[in-house]
Design a protein around this ligand. Sequence first.
Ligand code: TXA
Ligand code: MG
Length: 321
Amino acid sequence: MNDLDHAIALLRQGELVAIPTETVYGLAADAANPEAVAKIFALKGRPSDHPLIVHIAGTAQLDDWAIDIPADARRLAEAFWPGPLTLILKRQPHVSDSVTGGQGTVGLRAPAHPLAHALLQQFGGGLAAPSANRFGHVSPTTAQHVRDEFGAECPLVLDGGASPVGVESTIVSLVDETPKLLRPGGIAREAIEAVLGRTLEHHQSNKTAKIRASGLLDSHYAPRTPLVLGTLPALLDDATRRMAAGERVLILHRTPIDALPAGAHHQQLAADAAHFARELYALLRRHDHQHDVLLMEAPPQTPEWLAVNDRLKRAATARLE
Ligand code: TXA
Ligand code: MG
């Protein structure tokens, strides 16, 4: 039996399978089987009122899961599926509360990764899948990251290589009068606005809208080693001070540095946003526990960095100007 057949067999038995997607790896279960979906929450340690995205093969399955689908939603699905866009729509009555967190809406996405797409086509139904990490940890972008998270507790990890986008899907809600951006991600806000012919309101949750105070760990995207964002000059000053106090510091920068504090460890990161996004989670994982603090040069506040800046803001413990 090949891996794809094995995955289908496990999913039909109500077991979990970790799947590659173009954004991050997902921890998948048959969305029509509440007992299987419950295993996702148990393994992740995720609160059960957090809704899951239902992954489908394509636009042909939209109506299996959603009702009252506005024309804007169909336009977006036509334009960006398969791809890193999740649409929040009114749910079909049969969609389980375990998937929707008891809400009247459902999140739908058709992933573009060829292995995920083939799996979904063969499976026929929908796969509920959050990112395949323990609650509050950094999302996985390789099969090895998933094995590091769950070990033998996840029966099968389909290995589809490194996720090419590297940050989660863009989430757009089409439930109200005006479409809303709930999470910036793999599809640029401007590309969505171009298809809709209107601007997208950005709805940020209060919990994560501002940088949290040092030591107060936000539950999302956070490495365990503190991550400090800042301008390069501020970070270099901070590094010098910390190193004098005996801290092991790693400076992560995009701009070349002329004068590095003596003995400082550093790594130069990709200068363009897409490349940076692809490497971000692997970078945070690789350097977690290796240093006392990660000092990262904050990317510019320009549209192409929106998703990366959103994740960094949630992961960071402080920001130095
Ligand atoms: O790229 C992605 O979206 C990845 C891959 C695996 O597809 N999945 C992912 O899932 O990031 P997760 O569970 O880590 O994040 C899904 C987000 C959550 O913030 C959840 O609250 C939101 O989607 N969401 C899901 N269904 C929703 C709904 N009905 N209404 C509002 N938000 C919803
Ligand atoms: Mg997640």
